[in-house]
Design a protein around this ligand. Sequence first.
Ligand code: AMP
Length: 275
Amino acid sequence: MNFEQFSLDSRLMQGIKKAGYEKATPIQEAAIPAAIRGRDIIGTAQTGTGKTAAFVLPILNKLLEGPRHVSRALIVTPTRELAEQIHDVVKELSAGTKLRSATIYGGVGPAPQVKALREGAEILIVCPGRFLDLVNQGQARLDKIEILVLDEADRMFDMGFLPDVKRIIKVLPTTRQTMLFSATFPGEVEFLATSTLKNPQKIAMGISRPAHTVTHALYPVPSHLKSQLLLALLKKTDTNSVLIFARTKYRAQKVAQQIERAGHKVTSLHGDRSQ
Ligand code: AMP
């Protein structure tokens, strides 16, 4: 399907062209018309399907009409990386408009975020913890929010953010449009969906499974031979980059050291390291 068929504002068509999108992806085909009609949406789609543009385009299209200098769309995501990725898509697709967007998350100073809130950025892309702090401090004006997106709801649940998400939802106008995306639907996310969405259109794209190029194997191995096995596997693996998961921070650090000693370039990622 071509993007022309969605009757989007011409300024957004420019953004789409600049982004290099030629045809809508299946999730965009399914979600954009429903979202433009104002329907609530519950989407099962993973990253890589084009789901960000599927909710960003209807948001931008709606915000081009109506008041400026007041926050009208709120996108809630589990991580700052995802918030920044979504922000990149928003900036790219809204380049031909004067709509303003801002990200809000912890781990960085709040001053620019408070400023963006005061100035009424039309689109807010937030992580729940820091945003709720600013809401509780009275820094955010949310009474004009028209669209709420809950992205990667299952990850927000995994990371323990659902209570904060529910507190945020409580202070939003009830007359809003809501879109919820999740790759899986554990009970808590299902409950969040039924209690938050009104007569949602269900859109399911593909099933959760690794790409067909991925294989998996299990090696039963005694603890004291694990590192040697790992090094042997690395030796015979023909690839440039490898991701290794460990159960504890200590173990991650230790495995990284062992791999480094064997001559590989390696770094570890865990909660005791700075961002
Ligand atoms: P997402 O699933 O939102 O993370 O998007 C995955 C990637 O697909 C991003 O790099 C987008 O820029 C790109 N993308 C989204 N929609 C389209 C489209 N219709 N045509 C080509 N690329 C797209």
